[in-house]
Design a binder for this molecule. Sequence first.
Ligand SMILES: [Zn+2]
Length: 252
Amino acid sequence: MARLESQELADSVARGLNAAEIPCVLWYHFLWATHGVPICCDGLHFVVPDAKTAAAGEVLRTSHFSHTLVACPDTLKCLDGNSPDSGRPHPAFHMHIEEETGYAISLFPQSETIWFLPPLSATLARPRTCQLPPYLALASDRTALPFYERPPEWGAFHLDQTVVLVLKAHIMTEALMRIMARDYNTKRGEDVTQHFLLIPIHAEKLGFLNLDLLPEPFKKIYEDFRDGPPTTKPLQRLQRALGRPVYESFYR
Ligand SMILES: [Zn+2]
């Protein structure tokens, strides 16, 4: 799916959820791409409040967007879905675009993704009129995201009136680090490696990651990841700092 078309789809999904008073925040590959990471997006992921997850799925299942949604065509192999071998956390909702079945829409509850932030409030379902908290931005915000004129492959949305919300770069970094500490060396964490940190490193090179906004121990450990040799030692320190188990296999 072309990037501009996928931006329109993301906006359409967010508007549908917002119309049902459900706030949502962009997540995963599409979020990374919005921060300028040149990554191929094979789907659209949103975070929604835990208590609204089922209702959000029902909105997507029954509403008429620009695209029709169908069941996952291959639940055993689809990496975006609930395959036991996906190596990723499983979404709470997962369907595909009928016209382009390689492209999926998935929902994740906040408790699985950005649990360390305050609960997503209902006022965020009106993102263009409410006061946004300092860790969120609209996906069209060129002060928070890089903008590319042509082609619009990555970076801020070209839709000036979009309602899609994104995490700012320092919060995206903290989220990635917390998920690394939580999932590394687990079945659902096979997709989670220290290479996850290449995402904020890219955002920092583009000038959109303000490390002064990143709290400790995340800032120091991020800098060690960025500047040090490619070992898992910073990840071990992060796990210890966050009270996560450090597995034997990390010691190498
Ligand atoms: Zn699928």
